[in-house]
Design a protein around this ligand. Sequence first.
Ligand code: NAD
Length: 494
Amino acid sequence: MSRTVEHFTTAAAALSFRTGCWIDGRFLPAHDNARFETINPATGEVLADIARGKAADIDLAVASGRKAFRSRVWSGMTPAGRKTILLRLAQLLRDHLEEMALLDTLDVGKPIADTLSIDVPGAADILQWHAEALDKIYDEIAPTGGRDLAMIRKVPLGVIGVVVPWNFPLDLAIWKIAPALAVGNSVVLKPAEQSPLSALRLAELAAEAGLPEGVLNVVPGLGHEAGQALGLHQDVDCLAFTGSTETGKRFLRYAGESNLKPVWLETGGKSPSLVFPDADLEAAAEKAAWGIFFNQGQICSANSRLLVHESLAEDMIARLKSKAEALAPGNPLDPATLLGPMVSNEHADRVAGFIQSGREHAHLVAGGSQISVGRSRAYVQPTVFANVPSDCLLAREEIFGPVLAIQTFKDEDHAVALANDTVYGLAASLWTRDLGRALSLSERLEAGTISVNTVDALSPMTPFGGLKQSGYGRDLSLHSFDKYTALKTIWVKY
Ligand code: NAD
């Protein structure tokens, strides 16, 4: 197969999209036949008309999930049976690599090179990891003594609502669906309105893998309609959310206004990367550029603040300038493209607004332009600002775009104070060859993951999530199962 832009363009044109609500094992129109458009940000053209699920469709999906759960068709299946089906689904994702990669590339503008090598294989690997772990979770017996047997069982909760954003459509859905299904729950997934296509195809593949009807339902729709209905639902047992901090706060309110469902939040970030004079400066610069420009900077844990020791300022600014200028956004269907468009014209406008305000308060080192192609104005140049004051928007707000803010520090205490001067606490990086410094600063930095001499260290084996207003849920690792199980005591006298 020749991997040229022509090949991917032809393959994209030949795709057929799934556009209904996936409920009880089949595609349905929304109850009122409402639809919304999903736009290809690379062109600004309409990609597909999607069923616009609302409260009535969410009701149907939750009822289907509840029926499947009560029937024990999935929760009562042997762990080996659940494992086989989830492993089959992981394999189906690999078998449909190009199709799944194209769906996310078309929906959100991710470079095809990334969706082929990172998003889809990553989703399959994470699903496989959870499938392989599910029959290694043991229950406990309490040491009561006497003629008592007190078992502490980890039991599935029931129906899990999952609401995800658009920046890694397939991956972030799998991060939650995989552990939730692995332990026997049913799931109702509400993908982001910008990116429903891969989730809908995933549901169909799950049925092909043998997942019983009703165990996974997918209701596309808008946040304030389908998302809110899921958050407020009286018969949803747990809500797992990834998205903005603002929406995360809404889900906490929804739970309080409805049935007190536990809510797990993975929200925004403004992650710092700290570079000390004893670091490998080229590696630090290379990873700093990747950390903010990969996925067009639309990453919750993007290292959007580069904090460098004052003695390194000139050198690091020059390195980042040359790395930013070596990258230009291009056609995401071209396998040579490293940087695609932002997810939408509106989001690119918002990022351009931050750049405009940055010009007034900081020094623009590289980039800064928003570029139009046809009806799309979603392309934003990799942008670097230096001399960024701590109180300016560039240093404080989650821009969610390819915009790096460089600041300088005098010593360790100053570096830590700058790094922690944010409401967020998702990730932090630090670059030093001094192990003592690395360990002591790792304790002082307020973030869920500290990467030393790299950025965004990530694996299915380690938990991912934040502190402060970055949320408190943890995806990935064996800890992810805790969110989707309850402890049940079964006490037997004999
Ligand atoms: P968003 O909060 O606008 O939307 C996320 C999801 O919530 C979407 O499915 C949306 O439809 C839904 N939603 C929106 N408004 C809602 C409402 N009123 N009621 C119910 N549901 C609603 O976020 P986004 O713009 O799609 O994604 C970007 C954000 O996601 C960034 O803040 C980013 O940091 C965050 N994010 C966090 C992580 C993490 O793991 N911490 C990972 C990726 C993205």
